[in-house]
Write a protein that binds this ligand. Structure first.
Ligand SMILES: Cc1ncc(COP(=O)(O)O)c(C=O)c1O
Length: 424
């Protein structure tokens, strides 16, 4: 690994890992160069919704590539970007309909933070200079996203460069958690006190609704998120939902905010947006927020964009994936019951079992916990040996399958989890 020409992400050089070479994919399966097949139980990097190589998305990209592969998105527009923005605007609540394109989850978050921050400055309310985020959050690897995310070994070298945020407790819960109400009350109390201490001081509140992903699949109840949002609104604070991971069906509805029953002012989407084919992201902004940027003063413009902003191939993939997601909604809505049924049948020996839509997670018993727990890589290798791609987050084992996964494949995923946890 140390002498590879490629510098791989999230991979310590000292581990000398030899990456598995993938030569193809179809449905929930990946084909390796050595002839073996893996069941992809984490949708690649939480991006794949409808299976690898889905022909409808592949064809939409090919068709678009023959028509228009790219054009500068300042002063020009194109059909796939307009169609995708139209689909989102139609599906989202009235007013939440201004679509700003970028390339990945981190940039979707950067844009949201910049828009929220500049919104108050454009309105002459610069005293709103505080941001509230949550314990355990992960919003990406760029500087703003790192600042909003929980501090960790990922961000430690950059600590002096990160801006400060106020960090609210996240009342993470699981099946049979007797403390959930106490934890929720404490978190809401924390928020109220913070807002009361600085009644005109907060610009924005950012959170991953229902499930904190990289922080360890830490789930909260929809009613908690709804109450947190209402509290933020009471104090005029803009609400940013980072649905980079939870969007497009992951939590059992199109978007997690539908289960919450409260829509945000800014919505960050990426990952599943193209069905896992191409990098693309959007930050959807409420029209009333965008209105603060409509000014002849150049300082009030959002001077932000990327070379591949609204890339036509990505937008075409997203339009095709949207149609597939609509058709898959019954499967998505039934996924939680499938997980529950399999948990009953397999009874994996684990702590803090939790399910949200298509996501199931559990913790290895008796571990100190944390991302760097060596049980994670050991289990990952054991699962690979059983032909299943699972990538525990330290002591947290989770599955996030593509929606096309068959019952037999899902049973194989539960079988390896159960067997390997029992063998520890
Ligand atoms: C909730 C959330 N936000 C943002 C990101 C960053 O996305 P990306 O890796 O595409 O930059 C992630 C990635 O895991 C995420 O889960």
């Amino acid at each position: 690994m140390a002498d590879s020409k490629i510098w791989y992400p999230f991979t310590p050089l000292s581990a000398n890992l030899v990456p598995q070479k993938v030569v193809g994919g179809s449905g929930a399966r990946l084909r390796l160069a050595d002839g073996r097949e893996l069941i992809d139980a984490i949708s690649s990097w939480w991006v794949n919704l409808h299976g690898h190589g889905h022909p409808a998305i592949a064809e939409a990209i090919a068709e678009q590539a023959r028509t228009l592969e790219h054009v500068i998105f300042a002063g020009f527009t194109h059909e796939p970007a307009e169609r995708l923005a139209g689909l989102l605007a139609e599906a989202l609540p009235p007013g939440l309909d201004r679509v700003f394109y970028s390339d990945n989850g981190s940039t979707a978050v950067e844009v949201a933070l910049k828009v929220a921050w500049q919104y108050w400055r454009n309105r002459g309310e610069a005293r709103r200079d505080r941001i509230v985020a949550f314990d355990g959050a992960y919003h990406g690897d760029t500087f703003g996203a790192m600042s909003a995310g929980a501090r960790s070994t990922f961000s430690a070298p950059f600590e002096p460069l990160l801006f400060a945020v106020d960090r609210a407790p996240w009342p993470h819960t699981w099946d049979g958690d007797a403390q959930v109400e106490t934890k929720e009350a404490a978190a809401l109390d924390w928020l109220r006190q913070a807002f009361e201490r600085h009644p005109d001081g907060y610009a924005a509140c950012i959170l991953e609704p229902l499930v904190q992903g990289a922080g360890g699949m830490r789930m909260v109840r929809p009613a908690f998120v709804a109450r947190a949002v209402r509290l933020a609104r009471e104090f005029g604070v803009l609400v940013i939902f980072d649905e980079v991971m939870t969007g497009f069906g992951r939590t059992g509805e199109r978007f997690a905010f539908e289960r919450v029953g409260e829509a945000p002012d800014l919505l960050c989407l990426s990952k599943g947006i193209t069905g896992g084919f191409l990098p693309l992201a959007v930050t959807v902004v409420r029209d009333t927020v965008q209105a603060a940027f409509d000014s002849p003063d150049p300082v009030h413009t959002l001077w932000h964009g990327h070379s591949y902003t609204a890339n036509p191939l990505g937008c075409a993939a997203a339009v095709a994936s949207w149609a597939l997601t609509e058709a898959a909604l019954p499967v998505v809505r039934a996924f939680e019951a499938r997980h529950r049924d399999l948990l009953r049948r397999f009874q994996p020996r684990a702590d803090r079992i939790r399910v949200c839509g298509t996501i199931v997670a559990m913790d290895v018993p008796g571990r100190p916990g944390g991302y760097h727990d060596p049980v994670g890589p050991a289990l990952r290798q054991a699962f690979l040996d059983d032909g299943v791609l699972l990538r525990p987050l330290g002591d947290t084992v989770y599955a996030m399958p593509p929606y096309c996964m068959t019952d037999a494949e899902l049973e194989a995923v539960y079988a390896t989890i159960t067997r390997r946890l029992a063998a520890l």
